[in-house]
Ligand binder design. Structure first.
Ligand SMILES: N[C@@H](CCC(=O)N[C@@H](CS)C(=O)NCC(=O)O)C(=O)O
Length: 268
């Protein structure tokens, strides 16, 4: 990945600046913003228009062409979970996101992979579908939440307030920044995803996570997310029905469709 122009790093001997390229509704961007807040790191934020990506973003992330991208000391890093781990490595004296124990560190990474590999795509599929396809996706979300609930009840996370222990850690940031979308999706699709009776420990964890000051500072207002999600779902369903070319799907105030439309639902 390209290195930043010297002047973008403050120039000369100025301390290395942190610059984050992100998108306001992107949960992956929120992960990095939240982590930097938890660590007390100052950063410059650059909002990207994902329908018209900047040259700087494409230069910094030529592989995936996605946000978030963190530029530190003129060098760019992509992929949110990799960025979070880098922040821990590069600022060892700040609040740690990963636990100290090697096995616990590996477990946190494993469940982060689960969040991005299984839970996130299932939630995205609920959002982008209807009928039987949606019912199957809802079952997958519930199966995945049941796995987390079991780990909280009697497994590796038993007795913990947060997945990271007494404080929000890597897995809390990763799971939490996607989980506030569950309520937004429930409202937009009228499908119940997190039933407090079925997943009481996960439900309590999510409320606790959302109540953290740094989280409240990071997550956009529900009204704004709802408006965005309604437009996005309408566009996705229209595209799925083959009506995308008519332009009717973008009649509402929906976001500009990114290049990879099929990825939209899971790319929130
Ligand atoms: N695995 C990536 C996912 C990042 C991602 O999907 N970003 C979305 C926004 S939430 C994006 O930039 N989409 C633009 C595109 O796909 O063209 C990460 O963890 O950072």
């Amino acid at each position: 990945m390209a290195t930043e122009e010297k002047q973008e790093n403050g120039g000369g001997d100025a301390p290395a600046a942190l610059k984050l390229f992100g998108s306001w509704a992107s949960s992956y961007t929120h992960r990095v913003q939240l982590a930097m807040r938890l660590k007390g790191l100052d950063f410059e934020y650059v909002e990207e228009d994902l329908g018209n990506k900047s040259d700087a973003l494409l230069r910094h992330n030529p592989v995936y062409k996605k946000v978030p991208v963190l530029v530190h000391g003129g060098r760019a890093l992509a992929e949110s979970v990799i960025i979070l781990q880098y922040l821990d490595d590069a600022w060892p004296d700040s609040r740690s996101l990963l636990p100290a124990d090697p096995f616990d560190r590996a477990l946190a990474r494993f469940w982060c992979h689960f969040a991005d590999d299984k839970l996130g795509p299932a939630v995205g599929a609920v959002f982008a579908s209807t009928g039987e396809e949606q019912e199957a996706a809802v079952r997958q979300v519930h199966d995945n939440l049941a796995l987390l609930e079991a780990e909280l009840r009697e497994g590796v996370f038993k007795g913990r307030r947060f997945f990271g222990g007494d404080e929000v850690g890597l897995l809390d940031v990763v799971l939490g920044c996607g989980s506030y979308w569950l309520a937004v999706f429930e409202e937009v699709t009228a499908v119940r995803l997190v039933d407090a009776d079925a997943f009481p420990l996960f439900h309590t964890w999510l409320r606790d996570f959302e109540a953290q000051e740094e989280v409240k500072e990071t997550i956009p207002s529900v009204d704004r997310l709802l408006e965005y999600a309604r437009g996005l779902r309408q566009m996705l369903l229209a595209l799925a029905a083959g009506a995308g070319a008519s332009g009717s799907a973008t009649a509402v105030d929906s976001p500009a469709p990114p290049a990879a439309t099929a990825d939209i639902a899971v790319d929130i």
